[in-house]
Ligand binder design. Structure first.
Ligand code: NAD
Length: 487
């Protein structure tokens, strides 16, 4: 690794373009989940650190909001180039702190780069609209402006992509930004900040304050932060949304998920199996768009289950930096324990355990590994169906018709993603019209939208109005003025 911020081991905050030691005396260790090796310690920063960052960001906003939009975009073009040049290093860093395999991490870097590319379209995105003649000699126009200092709070599972849903668009539209990365994956964020400054971003426009609940609460109550973007688990998203909005802030809070994949009898079996295996067990199931439940329709069930078990038994588990490894560790030993207790509960509730991930198949000592786990005959009374497990645990449900499958999936409290495998146009239309989920996939496993579309979950998967990314993103990070003028 060639990065200075990361080599420091004791991480510092990034405030006003400088690496600044936190005023805290509390630090948390950041282990590599595949080995247990301590990569760094992260400061659990104080409100004083946050205040310093907000002061810097507020000051920087005065100039940044008036910086010509094409100039802001040009910095993002340069940033895109730097991210591309450092792709391999960024991907390795993601694998080291998060555990997902290198190919998945490489793909995540691409998703981050795409967000920067979208944000670099700021001159077009920031445009308003005009009507020259709303009455005789009277014209009207809408002008778009940034809000001020934006707070961004992110989860551990996508250390690059999720922050990139937020800050590139926020700063491109003239805001300044404070990122509170997950304390479980804080390293990549520091590297993102270094490259952003190498791209020419002025001091104070982008800041990082590491930490946990105190910084989140500080952001939610800070009078100089008008808007907060949050991505994380459902209870915290709900808390962040309610607290932030009751303090008068604009909040978008993307939350947990329990995504269903319906398989019809006419589905292409090879395609279906490959995609479900990837969607259920890729990134160790720690994706908000992971396939958590397969709903097998009619006589497809037996053959499908057999193939899924066969593929799971072949899976290579280990350190994601090693060639050929598919399934990496979960994020912490505490998360492994929680996952194992979900597996126990599935057994107690009477689901049929076909693949048991509890046996530690780790190839490296000290890692937090859970093997692929498959339960058949899962019902809606079971905890393993109701709750998000966020681990490589797949539930299978058997129904007779597409109507039943859709009805089953729609009973979930969550509405992030849903997929359908079929060859039937009629089934696809029925699925699109009747399924209750915000991001739909047909004959693919992880229908995460690209940066120019909104990440559009709903029900308990999202709190707010405007989603991350796409037009929603630019609407979220800007306010409008309407001018009506008589000449
Ligand atoms: P998390 O909720 O534990 O943490 C997210 C952020 O909130 C972190 O920065 C953390 O420091 C902070 N936080 C945690 N508990 C808090 C509390 N009690 N008070 C204040 N702040 C708190 O989430 P995670 O485990 O890091 O991430 C996984 C979750 O994120 C999953 O539920 C996943 O579905 C969800 N997620 C959703 C999306 C989406 O687009 N809907 C995308 C990625 C992840």
């Amino acid at each position: 690794m060639t990065t200075t911020a990361v080599e420091k081991k004791t991480l510092t905050n990034f405030i006003n373009g400088q690496w600044v030691k936190s005023t805290t005396d509390k630090y948390e260790e950041v282990p590599n989940p595949a080995t247990g090796e301590i990569l760094a310690e992260v400061p659990i920063s104080t409100k004083e650190d946050l205040d310093n960052a907000v002061k810097a960001a507020k000051k920087a906003f005065v100039k940044w909001k008036k910086t010509a939009v094409p100039q802001r975009a040009r910095i993002l073009f340069k940033y895109q180039q730097l991210l591309t040049e450092n792709w391999d290093e960024l991907a390795k860093l993601i694998t080291m702190e998060n555990g997902k395999n290198y190919n998945e991490a490489y793909g995540e870097v691409l998703r981050g780069i795409e967000c920067v590319e979208f944000a670099a379209g700021a001159p077009t995105l920031m445009m308003g609209t005009q009507l020259p003649d709303i009455a005789t000699n009277v014209e009207s126009g809408m002008f778009r402006y940034p809000l001020g200092v934006i707070g961004g709070i992110t989860p551990f599972n996508f250390p690059m992509m999720v922050p990139c849903w937020m800050f590139p668009l926020a700063i491109a539209s003239g805001n300044t930004f404070i990122l509170k990365p997950s304390e479980r994956t804080p390293l990549l964020a520091n590297r993102l900040a270094e490259l952003l400054h190498e791209a020419g971003l002025p001091n104070g426009v982008f800041n990082i304050v590491h930490g946990a609940h105190d910084i989140v609460n500080g952001i939610l109550s800070h009078p100089d932060i008008p808007a907060v973007s949050f991505v994380g688990s459902q209870p915290v998203a709900e808390y962040v949304y309610k607290t932030g909005t009751s303090n008068g802030k604009r909040v978008q809070a993307l939350a947990g998920a329990k995504n269903h994949t319906i398989v019809m009898p006419d589905a292409d079996m090879d395609l279906t199996v490959t995609n479900i295996i990837n969607a259920a067990f890729g990134s160790a199931g720690e994706r908000c768009m992971a396939c958590a439940v397969v709903v097998a329709v009619g006589d497809v069930a037996d053959g499908l289950v057999e193939r899924l078990v066969e593929e799971s038994n072949k899976m290579t588990i280990g350190n994601g930096l090693e060639e050929g490894v598919f399934l990496g560790p979960v994020i912490r030993d505490s998360h492994k324990d929680k996952t194992l207790s979900y597996i126990e509960s599935g057994i107690e509730d009477g689901a049929k355990l076909l693949c048991d991930g509890r046996s530690d198949k780790s190839t490296s000592e000290g890692g937090y590994f859970v093997g692929p786990t498959i339960f058949d005959h899962v019902t809606q009374e079971m905890k393993i169906w109701k709750e998000e497990i966020f681990a490589p645990v797949l539930s299978i449900v058997r129904v007779e018709t597409l109507e039943e499958a859709i009805e089953f999936a729609n009973k979930s409290e969550f509405a992030n993603g849903a997929c359908l495998f079929t060859d039937s146009a009629k089934a696809i239309r029925q699925f699109r019209e009747e399924i209750d989920a915000g991001m739909l996939g047909v004959n693919l496993g992880v229908p995460a939208p690209m940066a120019f579309f909104p990440f559009s979950g709903y029900k308990k998967s999202f709190y707010g109005d405007l989603h991350a990314n796409g037009r929603d993103g630019i609407e979220f990070y800007t306010r409008k003025k309407m001018l009506t003028a008589r000449h």
